[in-house]
Design a binder for this molecule. Structure first.
Ligand code: HEC
Length: 89
């Protein structure tokens, strides 16, 4: 059985892992899109459908493309990709 302390530690760790893995809600990622992309792409939905395939394939295609297209920073890129994947739905 977990003690109160270790249960707290587990929750804190999970929260950190989710944050670090680049899962971001639209409200978090939108400023990044605005800052890095909206100058040329007014609406995310116009670029969000660029690549076909499963979510995993699209994520990889975005990652490859954006690494040389205005989102060189991997952390910024992860946020923008998470946002684009939700924006395309
Ligand atoms: C300075 C202008 C500019 C900025 C900033 C910019 N883009 Fe683009 N982007 C373009 C142009 C022009 C094209 C179309 C020509 C091309 O494919 O290179 C394009 C194409 C794309 C495509 C289509 C690729 C394809 O092959 O279908 C995607 C996706 C995209 N941009 C996403 C982004 C994202 C996300 C950002 C922010 C990180 C961004 N762009 C920032 C100008 C820009």
């Amino acid at each position: 059985m977990l003690t109160r302390t270790s249960r707290y530690a587990l929750t804190a760790m999970t929260t950190l892992m989710v944050a670090a893995s680049g899962f971001a809600t639209a409200s978090v990622a939108e400023p990044a899109f605005k800052e890095h992309c909206s100058k040329c792409h007014a609406r995310a939905s116009s670029v969000a459908r660029s690549f076909d395939g499963s979510e995993e394939q699209r994520k990889k295609a975005f990652d490859r493309f954006l690494s040389t297209h205005y989102a060189e920073d991997p952390q910024v890129r992860a946020k923008i990709i998470a946002y684009l994947l939700t924006a395309a739905q």
